[in-house]
Structure formats: C-alpha cells, structure tokens
Design a protein around this ligand. Structure first.
Ligand SMILES: C[S@@+](CC[C@H](N)C(=O)[O-])C[C@H]1O[C@@H](n2cnc3c(N)ncnc32)[C@H](O)[C@@H]1O
Length: 235
C-alpha cells in the first residue's frame, strides 16, 4: 500500500497538501519548505552526504541540492523511490499542468530534473525498505523522509540510516509529520493510527533530537537535529 499523503487522500478523500511546483518541477511540498531546504543545504558542514527517501519528481531533492551546490557539495546524493506513477500522482501532476500516465516509470523525469542542479545522483529504484540495503554506509548529514510513514516500514527505514547519522550534525526531515500528528485526536477512520509511526518515534526518542523548524500549517514538514546516539527501546 502507498506510504504517502497521496495514499491518505485516496483513502479519506482529503488533500491538504500544497501542490505548488519548485521552479517548474511538480511538488508535493510548498515553497516555504523548498526555501528552508535550500537554506539547510547552504549550511552543509562537509561532514556527510545527503539522502532522500521518497523523491517523486525531484522538487525537494532539487531545492536541497541547490543549497548544497552553493556550499560546495561534492559527494553523491542518494535518492530512493519506486518511481512508478499511481493514480494520485497522475492527478497531482495534472494539477500542475504535467501529464503523467498511470504506472509510468518516473525515474528519467526525476533524473532530468535534479541533474540540472547537480549531476552526482545515486538513484535507487524500487520498493523501500528493501532497497535501502544498497546504501554505501557513508556518514549522513541530511536525511529526508517523504515515503516511510507506517510501521514496520518507518522503523526499518530509520534503523537503516541512523547508524550513519552524526550526533550534533545530521538533520532528519519528516515531510508529512503534521499531516498526521495534527489530526491524531480527531481522526478515527481507517488505518489512521498506523501513520503516527514517525510521531510516536520522535516522542519516544525526544531526548535524542531537537526540533529545528516546523511547518504545521502548510506542508506538514518538521526538521529535527540528531543530537545524540540512540539506545533502542524497541526491537
Ligand atoms: C509524497 S511523494 C514525495 C514528494 C516530494 N518529496 C515532493 O515534495 O515533491 C512520496 C514518494 O514516495 C514514493 N514511495 C512511497 N512508498 C514507497 C515505497 N514503499 N517504496 C518506494 N517508494 C515509495 C512514491 O513513489 C512517491 O514518489
């Protein structure tokens, strides 16, 4: 099942995500988040690389990369996605005057969009969390999640990358955080609670992270700094 807000839209018939584009790239995130991600990239400390899980057509990757390029980034940018258009993605793109076909392979569109900004892209196509095994194991400075939402996928994805997080440096972006957190007490339908996995994780490990920036009203994204190593409380 789709692990994204577009899946939620399909199930519950609501869409509160801003669908504006990022310099012509259809987006599922708003301009203020792109601006913030660009600023994050500009602050690259040179200690690790950037990873995004759930990239779609590249709007958020390109925004982060624009900042990284300004900062002199020279490492691979890891991008994980299945890049296969579903019905909701076709609709989202259409709202932004881009025509996609159902089940269309989107990887070449992604590559075209992001390689204009930065060429060293390690794109891994396929189903997460399985594809995350191919990660190189290099230290990570930026880790953006816009696909893993429910358990066990969320916790498996976090566990795949946390060993490479740098305490006091790594930024973890959870790009649908408030979409779920903000409705936890009012939403009773369907499999809603399963989508609280990222929220519950951050509550459980609140001593290991500090919040850097949140976008509760528009975009639902929250960015955290990883402060200290995790002693796992769950399997
Ligand atoms: C919300 S979209 C990403 C939007 C992008 N960050 C933006 O703001 O424009 C989520 C992406 O995650 C991908 N995705 C969702 N579940 C996945 C899975 N299990 N394996 C691989 N990709 C997945 C979808 O294909 C989609 O491209």
């Amino acid at each position: 099942m789709e692990e994204t807000a577009v899946k939620y839209e399909d199930t519950f018939g609501i869409d509160r995500k801003d669908t504006s584009n990022m310099k012509g790239i259809p987006a599922m995130s708003p301009p203020e988040v792109h601006d913030y991600m660009r600023d994050l990239g500009r602050g690259w400390a040179g200690q690790g690389l950037a990873v995004e899980v759930g990239c779609w057509l590249g709007a958020t990757s390109a925004a982060l990369l624009e900042g990284l390029v300004e900062a002199g980034y020279d490492k691979p940018f890891w991008a994980f996605d299945r890049w296969k258009a579903n019905g909701a993605e076709v609709r989202k793109a259409k709202e932004q005057n881009v025509t996609l076909k159902l089940r269309q392979d989107l990887q070449s569109i992604y590559m075209q969009n992001v390689c204009k900004v930065y060429p060293k892209i390690r794109a891994v196509k396929g189903k997460i969390p399985y594809t995350l095994k191919s990660y190189s194991g290099d230290p990570i400075e930026f880790c953006m999640f816009d696909a893993p939402k429910r358990n066990p996928m969320f916790i498996q994805s976090i566990r795949a990358f946390i060993p490479y997080f740098i305490p006091g440096v790594t930024v973890l972006g959870l790009l649908d955080y408030y979409f779920y957190a903000g409705r936890r007490d009012v939403q009773k339908k369907g499999d809603w609670k399963k989508f609280l996995a990222p929220v519950r994780f951050m509550e459980q490990y609140k001593d290991n992270f500090t919040m850097l920036q949140e976008f509760p009203e528009n975009g639902s994204c929250v960015f955290f700094k990883y402060e200290k190593s995790i002693q796992w409380k769950q399997k």
